[in-house]
Design a protein around this ligand. Structure first.
Ligand SMILES: [Zn+2]
Ligand SMILES: [Zn+2]
Length: 479
């Protein structure tokens, strides 16, 4: 439909003024809706499908390629011994609050690190654009690809300007000051990159998009981290301890089984006994822990008496929630925001039947509480959603605990906030939808407290809570 201003004016002739206004506005609205992307392309004498679409796709692809080149180049620099001096200097010039040790060192690091990095990006994106031209791809594609080269030239220009002192303002990921936000998931923010400088240099290589870290498994470094696991003497607990040990973590096994023995091959293992209801006694330990994995649980199977209800909710829901809250009070510094995490095993029962109704009910409540607390959490909270695996709780499970533990660790290292390991495809579809909608619902109908609890609000050996396990006679399945 053509845009003819005379037609619009004509429609209004002979009507009352009010009608004229209404009809004219309607016509203008129709004309605007007709002024689509395609018609702009026509005005500019461009063919939308034949030219603009391939140009846009090639340009976006080329920018992504430039970022991948930068991140892979960065990764390769860290694989060399010794590290190239330009990049070593980039690492040396920042203090933990990201202020620079000196302006001269900053300018030198820009010249020796950022300029060569931008040249590599320009070189490789340029080669791809020229190759597209040489093999006879359409002009739209090779011009689109050359946009990646132009994007990289932008980084070269700012690096040269900074190295010569014309531009002092640093890039977004190196701005000085306290860390205010959590490490982001898909795009690199300050907290994400801070971890590369001060948590683990052999991880968190990405600069803008986190794709390369997700592929390399370097979105989360576990080496040297202190990791505590509840339910440590259960089947999954033991398998997780073995996997995390392989990654070089220092381990704290939290178990309710007083005499539990652990694999002597586990290095750096500390065993602590605890009981649900006395979570506050773990405060001093949790203050030294980087990652808490809340993994304990109880399954009353087909029971439905009041005691079974009490046990299921106290252990699966409230004990886990209290531990979470206690751990969150230990997130007190800028560094903690970047490095502390909680992983909560809420189970596939969040979205699927577990053929144990009280297990489902108590785990679903826990899952919903975690979804709600994630909205205000001061550190990353990951959910662990597992399908049936062979264990004391479930002797007929399909997967092995070792496979499940390997999957949990591998997905955490790839940055997954919802770690799903299952053979049930319904969970893979249903869980993300449920999590998104539930989170949206909580976001719309709840609000952040203006007076959040202070650190230590749970201290006093659970004095704020009745002893939840007073009625529990047997904890034989709680590991
Ligand atoms: Zn840096
Ligand atoms: Zn580096």
């Amino acid at each position: 439909m053509g845009l003819d201003i005379l037609d619009i004016l004509d429609i209004g002739m002979g009507n009352t003024i009010a009608n004229e206004i209404v009809v004219s506005w309607q016509s203008i609205a129709i004309a605007w809706s007709d002024l689509s992307f395609a018609s702009i392309a026509n005005i500019a004498n461009l063919d939308y499908l034949g030219t603009l679409a391939p140009f846009t796709i090639a340009a976006i692809g080329a920018v992504l390629l430039a970022e991948v080149v930068r991140d892979v180049y960065h990764y390769l620099e860290h694989q060399q011994q010794p590290m190239p001096s330009g990049h070593a200097l980039h690492h040396k010039i920042y203090r933990p609050d990201l202020t620079c040790i000196s302006l001269d060192a900053y300018k030198q690091a820009q010249w020796l690190n950022d300029v060569p990095e931008a040249l590599v990006m320009i070189g490789l994106t340029g080669v791809v654009a020229i190759a597209a031209w040489l093999v006879g791809l359409s002009a739209a594609i090779y011009w689109g690809l050359s946009f990646g080269c132009l994007y990289s030239i932008g980084f070269l220009a700012t690096a040269i300007a900074r190295s010569q002192g014309y531009l002092i303002e640093t890039d977004l990921t190196h701005k000085p000051g306290d860390l205010k936000t959590l490490p982001s998931n898909w795009f690199v923010n300050r907290t994400y990159h801070w971890r590369h400088h001060f948590d683990q240099g052999n991880a968190y290589y990405c600069s803008t998009v986190t794709m390369v870290d997700k592929i390399l498994g370097s979105s989360l470094a576990l080496k040297g981290k202190t990791i505590a696991i509840t339910g440590a003497s259960g089947t999954l607990g033991r398998a997780l301890l073995a996997q995390l040990n392989q990654q070089g973590a220092k381990l704290v096994a939290l178990t309710t089984s007083a005499g539990a023995e652990f694999d002597p091959a586990l290095k750096n293992l500390k065993v602590l006994s605890w009981q649900p209801g006395a979570e506050a006694d773990l405060l001093a330990t949790l203050q030294t822990v980087d990652i808490l994995i809340i993994n304990h649980g109880i399954n009353v199977y087909g029971d439905r008496d009041p005691l079974a209800i009490e046990k299921s909710y106290q252990v699966n829901t409230f004990s886990a929630w209290r531990l979470l809250e206690l751990f969150l009070t230990t997130v007190t510094t800028s560094k903690h925001k970047a490095t502390k995490e909680v992983w909560v095993n809420t189970s596939e029962a969040e979205v699927n039947p577990a053929f144990s109704p009280l297990y489902e009910l108590s785990k679903r409540t826990l899952g919903d509480l975690i979804t709600m607390r994630r909205l205000d959490a001061p550190c990353i909270i990951r959910k662990v959603i597992l399908g049936p695996f062979k264990s004391n709780l479930n002797p007929v499970g399909v997967m092995s605990a070792d496979f499940v533990a390997w999957g949990v660790v591998a997905l955490a290292q790839r940055g997954f906030r919802n770690i799903i390991v299952t053979i049930n495809p319904i969970t893979l579809v249903a869980f993300p939808i449920k999590e998104f909608l539930q989170s949206l619902y909580f976001r719309l109908f709840t609000k952040t407290s203006s007076n959040p609890p202070q650190p230590g609000f749970m201290s006093g050996s659970g004095s704020n809570y009745p002893d939840p396990t007073a009625h529990i006679q047997s904890r034989s399945v709680l590991k």
